[in-house]
Design a protein around this ligand. Structure first.
Ligand code: ZN
Ligand code: ZN
Length: 200
């Protein structure tokens, strides 16, 4: 059996995950190449996703020319979530800059301070942690705005966290949990539903 050091650090979100575990990696403590490619894709789209988020809450985006007048009603919770997400993306971009994901994951542990919900947090993360953060924040931005593709709910409770948060981006073969991030293929989902019915 392979030790955990040689498993893709994406864990349950690994693109090449088997039903048992994340993909094997040749080097320890890193990501598999499929995840590196997927995260690079997220990185390339993050700017557009952030613009979509800003439009969504009425911040003027340079070059797009949408102006939303100030509203007297207090911001809805979803706007606060979007504001927090934009801050998180700023922190991420500050750290990541223009590094390609394949270079980013070789970066050593660094400390980054940031403000979150009124308190200061210190993150001590390595390059892989930041790469995973790219995927995480990109997906959150997509989920909030419905940008590009739409989320279709799958109705069984999540196999791992038991919450009713499973769904699928339209056109995607992967069923994933918006709460804990677990992934399974469409076929695995069908089999899992059969097991649920049988009361396993
Ligand atoms: Zn992986
Ligand atoms: Zn879950």
């Amino acid at each position: 059996m392979l030790d955990d050091d040689h498993r893709c650090r994406s864990g349950k979100q690994c693109v090449n995950r088997t039903p048992e575990a994340a993909a094997a990696t040749t080097k320890p403590d890193t990501l598999c190449s499929a995840c590196v490619d997927e995260i690079q894709d997220c990185r390339d789209r993050l700017g557009a996703a952030t613009d979509a988020l800003k439009l969504f809450i009425g911040i003027k985006v340079q070059g797009v020319g949408v102006k939303v007048s100030a509203s007297k009603t207090p911001p809805a919770p979803i706007n606060i979530a979007a504001h927090d997400l934009i801050t998180e993306i700023d922190v991420l971009m500050f750290r990541v800059g223009n590094l390609l994901v394949r270079d980013l994951i070789k970066q050593p542990l660094t400390k980054v301070k940031y403000w979150s919900a009124e308190f200061e947090q210190l993150r001590v993360w390595d390059g892989v942690d930041w790469a995973l953060q790219i995927r995480h924040l990109y997906r959150r931005a997509l989920a909030l705005t419905g940008f590009e593709r739409s989320w279709q709910r799958r109705h069984a409770p999540c196999r791992d966290c038991s919450l009713p948060c499973l769904g699928q981006m339209s056109g995607s073969e992967v069923v994933q949990c918006s709460n804990c991030g677990t992934c399974m293929s469409d076929v695995e989902y069908q089999n899992y539903c059969v097991e649920l019915v049988k009361g396993k």
